[in-house]
Ligand binder design. Structure first.
Ligand code: PLP
Length: 374
């Protein structure tokens, strides 16, 4: 038996949309690219959307496009997927990690101002697991210190914070469309912004540094090939039209886990979200404080041995080998982040996970927890 950690939800309409592009000569830089971008920008309520080939590329375009470079510092969270911090390294700037809130796992806004220095250029909050960070507070702090804000919304498409969509905050925001995200384009990402100059730069950076209207072989700046093909964009358009359905299905799966796990005192379920609405990305539980990393790893192992996909979301970024080496980080630097990271388990989670499979997962989890006690 196998229950996957994640799975895309591809309909016949999605397949037809991809095949239709394959029957045209415009496989890249065709009409699907602006169509996807316009629909996405309208959904988030931003003026511009620039589609690229990954969420990481979108974040890189944001950092580079905002002029962040060597000697600059960017305040961010180490409780994230690594690219929210790597994008800062790509431009020779330094990520300054601020610890997280122990309840919602987002950057602890009460600790941000103490990390601001004369070198700070931006704050890069991550809407982790689909829960928007305290974005209004972050915008306020940024305004007070004249900092840019890059919202990493790669896990939060469809979530809202105080009535505004995730991705609508700060100078710009990044989204991602790997197959485990709320919608997928296979691989893909997208930058949204209201800043015309930033959008123009991002379009140039994704397309080998070419300028608007200039020739195919005229390169105005160091750029990349971060283009997203029309094949991917067609899938994105089709998936985006199903986002409402996806959000509902995922909420139902999360609700079922919440109920199935209600009488497990060893398990801390995802905290209720009171500041807006969640579009669920993953379902991550935390083992109670009396358990440690070895217990958590034993549970992961027990689940995997039964064919149940699971993972430790996340290994903290500051403790990844090249971050330790480059910046001298060590255990103890971010106590809350580390305590959470040692105890988390992402359970199988996707649109079409059925109740029977969820019962199997919870049963196996229960047995693994029982065997820890003996
Ligand atoms: C998925 C993700 C990204 C980008 O991922 P890609 O694989 O490059 O598309 C960036 N930040 C976070 C927090 C993510 O979860």
């Amino acid at each position: 038996m196998k229950i996957n950690l994640s799975a895309p939800d591809i309909s016949q309409a999605d397949i037809d949309a991809v095949v239709a592009v394959l029957q045209t000569p415009r496989l890249s830089l065709g009409p699907k690219l602006p169509e996807f971008e316009e629909k996405f920008a309208a959904l988030i309520g931003r003026k511009y959307a620039v589609a690229v080939n990954s969420g990481t590329s979108a974040l890189h375009c944001a950092v580079r496009g905002l002029g962040i470079g060597p000697g600059d510092e960017v305040i961010t969270s180490a409780f994230s997927f690594i690219s929210s911090s790597n994008c800062i390294l790509f431009e020779g700037a330094r990520p300054i990690f601020v610890d997280i809130d122990p309840v919602d796992y987002n950057i602890d806004v009460t600790k941000i101002e103490a990390a601001v220095t004369t070198r700070t250029k931006a704050i890069l909050p991550v809407d982790v697991f689909g829960r928007p960070a305290r974005l209004e507070r972050i915008e306020e702090i940024a305004a007070r210190h004249d900092l840019k804000v890059i919202e990493d919304s790669c896990e939060a498409l469809g979530s809202t914070y105080q009535g505004r969509p995730a991705g609508a905050f700060g100078d710009c925001a990044a989204f991602a469309f790997y197959p485990n995200k709320q919608i997928t384009t296979g691989e893909g990402g997208l930058l949204v912004t209201d800043d015309q100059e930033l959008a123009r730069l991002a379009r140039s950076l994704r397309n080998q540094g070419r300028g608007d209207g200039a020739g195919w072989l005229a390169h105005q700046r160091l750029g990349y090939n971060y283009r997203l093909s029309d094949i991917n964009c067609a899938l994105g358009i089709s998936q985006l039209a199903r986002l409402g359905e996806f959000i509902e299905k995922r909420a139902a799966v999360a609700d079922r886990y919440n109920r199935l796990l209600a009488d497990r005192p060893e398990v801390v379920r995802p905290a209720p979200y009171t500041e807006g609405t969640i579009s669920w990305f993953v379902y991550v539980i935390r083992l109670a404080d009396r358990f440690g990393r070895a217990d958590r790893d034993a549970v992961l192992e027990a689940l995997r041995s039964r064919g149940i996909g699971c993972n430790n979301y996340f290994t903290p970024i500051h403790l990844q080998p090249f971050y330790r080496e480059k910046f001298g980080h060590a255990e103890g630097d971010l106590p809350v982040t580390e305590a959470v990271c040692e105890r988390t388990i992402a359970l199988p989670f996707h649109n079409n996970l059925c109740q029977a499979d969820q019962q199997t997962v919870v049963q196996a989890l229960g047995e693994a927890l029982e065997s820890l006690k003996t």
